[in-house]
Design a binder for this molecule. Structure first.
Ligand SMILES: [Ca+2]
Ligand SMILES: [Ca+2]
Length: 345
């Protein structure tokens, strides 16, 4: 293969913008390497994908300046080694190359002035970053010369979503947000004995909901199964499950979507046979699916598990999770909320 043919391939892989929406930004970018000793381009087999960038560093007219980019730990956690720092020298056509620059990670020089020349096409070196890092670049070459720099890594398989609330809170690791429907007294949500309690009293006949919500962006392919433990202590709602039998002392509601449709799936937990499975469309055209489980009152029901596509076969993404109590007065607990690849043992 000759260089002229390969150069455009590289730039297909590193579009100038770093938009997360750009599908080109995540295609493997490591097929082409310039061997510095021989000048030959080699194909290498690296399973890396774009982590950060590309960032363009342009030598301006004044004195050379050092520019920095902060790489966040949250983003790093999605990738593992080898982490490769890659540099493209000049523009797409091989002009405006840099012959002197310093590229540093957390102050340590990865590439220095000796690594750059007018014949340097690209550079790559494995680096070791696991926590947050600062990339700093100083281009000391002719005004108008430029570098494009990006970092690749091996994308980790996503771990399961899991909260056992054993740290005593719902505000950290992970972070939930209190959520309620208020119609009469506001209920309380709290962590009691390392589980979450939904509690509401004094409602009379006024329905409400009390709980927690979290926005997510989980692929159903990676997180096909929901598992949780629940304890339905008490509820006062009419008929045991209220309006359209859709009110339970413990509910997990997942907002699911695909490219065209949204479904709101509610897994209710109740006792005394006050359960009913059905689905219906609301006025906005959203599909609401109810899947309720009958359990023993005031007793932990462990490992309640559901395959999301058994409930809604078209599900592609989970974009919101709510856990809550629902009805008039209610008292319910939830624990060990899991979304992951398989039914928990
Ligand atoms: Ca727990
Ligand atoms: Ca917590």
């Amino acid at each position: 293969m000759n260089m002229k043919r390969l150069v455009p391939l590289v730039f297909l892989a590193i579009p100038a913008c770093d938009s997360a929406d750009n599908p080109l930004a995540v295609i493997p970018a490591s097929e082409v390497v310039l061997d510095q000793a021989s000048g030959a381009i080699q194909m290498v087999d690296q399973p890396t994908q774009l982590m950060f960038g590309p960032f363009e560093f342009l030598r301006g007219k004044g004195k050379p300046v050092t520019e920095t980019v902060t790489l966040r730990r949250d983003d790093l956690e999605r990738f593992g080694p080898p982490i490769m720092l890659r540099v493209w020298n000049g523009d797409e056509n091989g002009f405006n190359r840099v012959s002197s620059a310093s590229v540093r990670i957390d102050g340590l020089e990865v590439f220095g002035p000796a690594d750059f020349s007018q014949s340097t096409t690209d550079l790559q070196r494995q680096i070791d970053i696991t926590n947050g890092a600062v990339l700093s670049v100083r281009v000391a070459s002719a005004p108008g010369s430029r570098l494009r720099i990006w970092i690749e890594g091996v994308r980790r398989a996503p771990g399961p979503f899991f909260d056992d609330f054993n740290d005593g809170d719902f505000t950290h690791d992970p972070t939930w947000t209190p959520w309620w429907i208020e119609n009469g007294p506001t209920g309380t949500v709290s962590v009691v004995d390392e589980a979450v309690r939904f509690y509401r009293v004094g409602a009379g006949g006024r329905g409400g909901a009390t709980g927690l919500v979290m926005d997510t962006a989980l692929a159903v392919e990676d997180f096909p199964v929901l598992v949780f433990d629940a304890k339905a202590v008490s509820r006062s709602v009419a008929g045991g499950c209220g309006y359209r039998c859709a009110e339970h002392p413990v509910e997990v509601r997942l907002f699911l979507a695909n490219a065209t449709d949204t479904a709101v799936v509610t897994y209710g937990v109740n006792y005394g046979g006050a359960v009913r499975d059905y689905s219906e469309y609301n006025a906005e055209g959203w599909l609401f699916v109810y899947d309720a489980t009958d359990v023993t009152q005031d007793t932990w029901a462990r490992g309640l598990s559901f395959r999301l596509r058994d409930t809604w076969p078209a599900a592609e993404t989970i974009y919101r999770i709510q856990i809550y109590g629902h009805g008039w007065d209610y008292d319910g607990y939830i624990d060990n909320v899991y979304l992951g690849p398989q039914v928990r043992p």
